[in-house]
Structure formats: C-alpha cells, structure tokens
Design a protein around this ligand. Sequence first.
Ligand code: GDP
Ligand code: MG
Length: 445
Amino acid sequence: LGRKLTTALRSLGNSPVINEDVLKKCLKDVQSALLEADVNIKLVKQLTDGVKKQIDLDNIGTGLNKRRVIQTAVYKELCRICDPGVKPWKPTKGRSSVIMFVGLQGSGKTTSCIKLAYHYQKKGWKCAVVCADTFRAGAYDQVKQNCTKARIPFYGSLTEPDPAVIAYDGVETFKKEKFDIIIVDTSGRHKQEDSLFEEMLQVNNAVEPDNIIFVMDASIGQACESQAKAFKDQVDVGSVIITKLDSHAKGGGALSAIAATQSPIVFIGTGEHIDELEPFETTKFIRKLLNMGDIEGLIDKVNQLKLEDNEDLKKNLQKGRFTLRDMYEQFQNILKMGPFNQIMGMIPGFNDFMNKGHEQESTNRLRKLMCIMDSMSEDELDSPDGHKLFKNNDDGSRRLRRVARGSGSSPKEVFELIDQYQKFAQMVKKMGGMGLFKNGDLSKN
Ligand code: GDP
Ligand code: MG
C-alpha cells in the first residue's frame, strides 16, 4: 500500500496544474491503493469524501501548496478513521480487573493473552491467566507452558468440561489472592458459529469482565469488517488487538476493526515471541501505511535538537522548506550537542560521508563543510532550493568554483556538500508535506 499510495500522491507533483480533474484522478488512485490494502470499501469512500470536504481547490494557493494540502488531508483522514473517539481501557491499582479475550480460533488469542500479561507484569502489575478453552485439545498445555516460561501464574483444568465454571473458579481464585489483572482466555471456533457465541456469553456472565478484548488476525483481509461486527454484536468489545502484522498482512483490516467495533486498537502483535506486542500508535501506523517509516527515527533525533530555539527554522520546516543556512545552523547545533554520527547516519547518503565511528574525524569533516558554506552568498544560503543554484550549468559551475576557491576546497567537495544538502532538503519537504510539523515542532501526534 505504502508504495502505491505514495505513487498516487506523488503523481500530483508531476502535474503542472492541479484542478478538479487532477484531484479526482489522484483520489481514484488513492482509493484503489486503499482497497488493495484491504481497507473496507465504505471506509475508502468515507476517506475520499472527507478529503474532498477539506479541500477548496480555488483557495489553497499555488500548485506546490495544493499538493501538500491534498497529501495532508489524506493523512489526516486516515488518522481520523483510526480514532474511534473512545479512550482505551486502563487497569486501576488497588482492585482486581478482569480482561476477557474473544476471537476466532487461530487469531492469536492465547498468544496475545500471555503477551499482555507479560507486558503488564514487566510494568509491575500482578497478573495471571485463566485458560477457559476446553474446546481445543492442548489449549491448557499451551497456556501452562508459556506462562511457566514467563513466570506468570495461571489457572486451568483438564477435567472440568464447562469453560464458564473454569473461568469463574480461576477468576475467584486470583481475586482472593489480590491479583491486579486477571486475563481470561476463551476458546474460538473456525467460524462464527452459534455455539461459539453461546459459550462466549456464558463465560462473560460468569466472570463479568471489566474489559473485553477482541483479537483479530490482520491477514484475513476484507473479512475483517464482518468478523469484528459479529463479535461486537454479541459482547461489549472494548478494545482490539490486531495480530500478525509482521506477516505480509496489509494492515487495512485494522481500520475496519476500529470502525466496526468503535473501539480502539490497543496493541498489535508483531511476531510469535512473548515480547512481540507493541502499543498501537495511530500516527506510526498510518506513517507505515504511507511508507513513512524510514523517517520516524529521524524525527526523534531531530526533536532532540531543540527547535524551539530557532524561530526561522521552525517556520521553514512548517513550510517543508530547508535552506543551506538551516543546514549550517543544524551543524552548529550538532557540534554543540556532541555525538552526531547517529543523526547523520539517519539521513540517506550521510552515512558513509560522515565516517561513522570516528568522532574527531567527523567533527573535523563537519567544520570543513561549514567552512565551505561560509564562502557562500546570503542568497545561496537562504534559497529554499539551494542546490538548484549549483546545478550543472555555466552559472552553477561558476558558483561551485567560487565557493571552492573561497573555502580552500575542491569543486568536488562543494558538489558533495550540495548533493547531501539536496537529500536532506527533500526529506524535510516530504515531512513538511505530510503535515508532520505541528506548531513548528516535529510532532509525533
Ligand atoms: P488462538 O487460537 O486464537 O488462541 O491463537 P493462538 O494464540 O494459538 O495463535 C495461533 C498461531 O498464530 C500460533 O502459531 C501463534 O504463534 C501465531 N501468532 C499469534 N500472534 C502472532 C503474531 O503477532 N505474529 C505471528 N507471526 N504469529 C502469531
Ligand atoms: Mg487459544
């Protein structure tokens, strides 16, 4: 999806004029990319309608700006769809909370139960798991083995046939022992059969859960919506866990699950191992859908550079603009900050350029680059497209030679600097265009 969507949005950039037709074509491409990623058709329609509503083509300025407005609108709409408007459930200290897991067989319930217990246990909560699955042979053994490995107390029975009885007994036992979080694993069936739902309701009545988590396998594609809806119709689903997002699952189903259950996704499963459970972060998820994962780390790093101190840079970033002077000032910042290899390493191309691992050498290299920039004119430093001034034409070569002479370096060195700057500026443009800079900060939310 990422690539397709990015292509769809990028095609906007190739059009000299952006009018109703271009927008229509772009939204069509976006639609087909989303459908291919298993996003539910109703949601796709909702998204494009939302984007259209946000955009007033006549009043959003020039072509470049229009493109950004459209990109940002798509990004925002995706974020909006991901937000059910309900706060996720949280456990309370000083009382026992019961969490019941529901979902089809094979969706990853048992695995996720244990992952969740492990997650809370690491944070200092007293957790236990109750295995109320009497349907699947070996269900209890699975819980027993994995809980033992992770030192999580568990409860189950190989002789009691009634899952509601086991669930009740297990929950009561752990309540008496003042456990904070008691997780009840239930059975699933291959299909949404009446017998599954009946059993689910009985367990539900027996343990009266504080939170019901619906577990869904991300790889089931368009089936997500009806499945999530079927469970929501039966019990009061409060949260969702999407599993197997490490596989080639396209992730679009996650959006359907949120829409169908009107519940937040709280965690995602990213592997079979006990610690492969990640809190769901809307922006991160959408960025991944939009193929923006590579810049996530950079944002964190750049955030540490304290942009608040620099009003001009803030304004530029908001516009997706990054000049040579901005780069100069960032270098200054970095020199002040100490180890910068990490940051440089995140920028494509800077990697080898900066000679990773050799602090002193890198510092000298940076000084050299700043010395080159010191020989540039004010115009060159402040142009939003500084690299264009150094293009491969007469004027560009003249500038290149002048700066090289002035700074006692070779034209090749100046050329390399410009090349790296261009990559950096493109990155900033991309981030700015996606509306990632809020209030002048590289905002994560
Ligand atoms: P249940 O029937 O709903 O209890 O499902 P299980 O927890 O037994 O999981 C079914 C299979 O999916 C097992 O082989 C798990 O290891 C696997 N599984 C569960 N969650 C994930 C995940 O996030 N990623 C991957 N790759 N596999 C998972
Ligand atoms: Mg199970």
